[in-house]
Design a binder for this molecule. Sequence first.
Ligand SMILES: CC(C)(COP(=O)(O)OP(=O)(O)OC[C@H]1O[C@@H](n2cnc3c(N)ncnc32)[C@H](O)[C@@H]1OP(=O)(O)O)[C@@H](O)C(=O)NCCC(=O)NCCS
Length: 377
Amino acid sequence: MGSEIIELDRQGLENVIVGETSICCVDQGQLLYRGYPIAELAEKCVFGEVAYLLLYGELPNAAQLKWFRDQLSEFHGLRKEVVDTLRMIPPGVPMMSVLRTCISMASHFDPVSGQTVEALRRRATWLLAVASDIVAARYRLLNGKDPIMPKPGAAHAHQMLYMFHGTEPDDLSTRILDLTLVLYGEHDFNASTFTNRVVASTASDMTSCTVSAIGALKGPLHGGANEEAIALILRFRNAQEADAWVRDALAKKEKVMGFGHRVYKHGDHRAVILEREMRKLAELKGRQDLVAIYDAIKNPMVTKEHPIYPNVDYPCGMVYYLLGLPPDLYTPLFACSRIAGWCAHYIEQIQHNRIYRPLSRYTGPTLRHVTPIDQRA
Ligand SMILES: CC(C)(COP(=O)(O)OP(=O)(O)OC[C@H]1O[C@@H](n2cnc3c(N)ncnc32)[C@H](O)[C@@H]1OP(=O)(O)O)[C@@H](O)C(=O)NCCC(=O)NCCS
């Protein structure tokens, strides 16, 4: 070992195991957070329990959940410097870029000190609170309203909706937003988590890892797909238009956003759970027209010779749209949940660390020498 070179011809590290984790298991047959199936967590737990599970390794009892919520409450509320930064950023800047910048800014006033596991869990809790505060405050500022103070002790999804709208959210919206947060919480070595772990492996700090992961999540091939998926659905006036477009896109080998997955080749467990809820929500909101378009895009994808199934972002884009949230918030909401997973991975990585430093195969020019500048053509 050590001097042996292993050359992989698998682009994108497909089917390559690059590390160990006890946080999440993703394979064809199941998705487990710390051993619990996602369907059970989705049915029986709220996001606060799942975030606690990811960070502490076990589900909380009622007293532990209250304690965790109290910690979140303690950390909610943005400093004036961060709100001033939010006001300075031009209105057209994507919310994911705003989140990236403002988490970085807020971290200069990090209320948690130390690198013990306990301190890191507290910093993770602070990051969860501050991320949702940033997104909510920016949303309000863009709508000509001042940021509002959080509601002490509220559950995370309730708190987010309250801080967006300044009114008590209804139970259905809270429950469905909470479900999306549970489903988005963790997904092993996906692109943003791997980014986070690579940065962690340099012994960098948790906030830098989170900011790097936000950059990775922003891309439309990763978290940005939920915004792209709803943009696609809204492009069509009816199911016929959508069906014609998707068949043409497949013929031209174009990507259909919200479909496909590197690991799941027989469907994404999270998408199945969320699609069921999306259908109920659409019925309640009287938006069967959108469901018809949703299905018209989905059907040719899943019935073709080599099916490509929806991933979680496809129904999620619809769910957030039906909840009346603007598309620029969708990927940031994903980030506000995934911070729990990223931080759990940060803690795991630094406890068993060796810096990530792969090799590359050089394909550039062979050896050549520098011509002085006055002799170059
Ligand atoms: C997620 C994603 C990046 C995975 O990429 P990947 O693992 O490299 O996928 P592959 O290239 O192995 O896909 C296998 C085949 O399915 C096709 N395919 C994959 N996703 C597709 C999609 N969304 N639309 C159309 N075709 C797709 C590929 O073109 C490829 O076809 P080929 O064998 O004829 O070349 C990719 O599916 C994608 O870009 N999806 C859209 C963006 C998205 O929804 N991202 C969120 C992921 S949770």
